[in-house]
Design a protein around this ligand. Structure first.
Ligand SMILES: Cc1cc2nc3c(=O)[nH]c(=O)nc-3n(C[C@H](O)[C@H](O)[C@H](O)COP(=O)(O)O)c2cc1C
Length: 184
């Protein structure tokens, strides 16, 4: 029995395989206004300083709050917030208060003015580190300047696979024995 044959795959759909980092709720605030959006396009870029890159489309109201304030909070929701996150990502905060509408409990960050979502498992407070790619790609490079997380194992996170389909995080497997010690 040979290995299964691959077929040509539409390049615009490779996201269905590459996208799944945990879905985050990105909160921002500027000039008395605040907003929250759903975010799947993020990537870790460095440990120290702790850098995370995010695509925040300029079509989103959040883009303008983040650009004006140079700050945001990346909030990590668990499975219980899946439907809420989908709804948050399907409407704009330009003319509505999504915090009130979705019953989100929020408190200002410890180092940034953007709100932390209290019902999320972890909150990563971010300061803009480099805006070199914002104009061209809507790609913001943030430094995480403070973080809070519930101790213990992470929650079941949800990961977007495109076309309305999500994947829930599953079992952990330990391969510590195969790592160079300095890699751990
Ligand atoms: C599962 C999911 C993932 C999303 N990921 C992103 C993303 O990474 N970047 C982005 O700009 N928009 C993303 N969006 C879309 C925004 O969350 C959506 O446009 C939202 O309505 C923006 O809200 P705002 O206008 O209040 O900022 C995503 C939406 C969903 C449902």
């Amino acid at each position: 029995m040979g290995r299964p044959r691959k077929r040509a795959f539409p390049v615009e759909n490779v996201r269905r395989y590459l996208e799944p980092g945990p879905i985050l709720l990105l909160t921002s605030a500027h000039d008395g206004e605040r907003d929250v959006m759903t975010l799947g396009w993020h990537t870790v870029m460095e440990f120290s300083p702790s850098l995370v890159g995010c695509v925040i489309s300029r079509a989103n109201h959040s883009h303008h709050l983040v650009r004006s304030s140079s700050q945001c909070v990346l909030n990590l929701p668990g499975e219980a917030l899946l439907d809420t996150a989908v709804r948050i990502g399907n409407c704009s905060g330009s003319e509505r208060d999504k915090f009130a509408e979705f019953g989100l409990n929020a408190r200002a960050g410890s180092k940034v003015a953007a709100p932390r979502l209290l019902d999320c498992h972890a909150c990563f407070e971010c300061q803009l580190f480099d805006d070199a790619l914002v104009e061209r790609y809507d790609f913001f490079i943030f430094e995480v300047v403070a973080a809070q997380a519930i101790p213990g194992p992470p929650p079941r996170t949800f990961h977007y696979r495109g076309e309305g389909e999500f994947m829930l995080s599953g079992e952990s497997v330990d391969r510590r024995a195969l790592f160079e010690p300095w890699m751990l």
